[in-house]
Design a protein around this ligand. Structure first.
Ligand SMILES: [Zn+2]
Length: 130
């Protein structure tokens, strides 16, 4: 007797898998809005590089560069996450949906408007009907 093979496919690099509530496409988000250990290491290294470069000019004050770099990373990770959350197929943004449904609708509307202008680049509004 062979055991039934039950392979459950797992998204190894995706922390969050869900279906788009609007167009039902399977979606996956690979990064979290939080900084990873690797990010902290990068922050540390970047601030050491910048800090040592600025040390002759700023002295001990160059220590503050660490917080600036940190803030920059935090912002970058969050904007990256937000970009992933918005559905590439229909423009549905789950983060906005939780806060404001009207804004979500507007975003989807804008997404489709943009998609249409891309799909139809040449419209002839100048053609006059005489
Ligand atoms: Zn969608």
């Amino acid at each position: 007797m062979k055991a039934l093979e039950t392979r459950v496919y797992k998204y190894k690099n995706k922390s969050n898998v869900f279906f788009c509530p609007l167009c039902r496409t399977e979606r996956g988000i690979s990064i979290s809005p939080k900084l990873s250990k690797r990010n902290y290491l990068q922050i540390l290294l970047t601030s050491i590089v910048f800090g040592s470069a600025l040390f002759p000019f700023m002295g001990v004050k160059c220590f503050f560069i660490f917080f600036i770099v940190w803030a920059g990373f935090e912002l970058a990770v969050r904007t990256d996450y937000k970009k992933q959350v918005a559905c590439p197929h229909c423009g549905f943004d789950a983060t906005w949906y939780k806060r404001d449904v009207k804004v979500t609708r507007q975003l989807v509307k804008e997404f489709w408007a943009q998609k249409q202008t891309v799909a139809v680049p040449k419209t002839q509004p100048t053609a006059k009907q005489v």
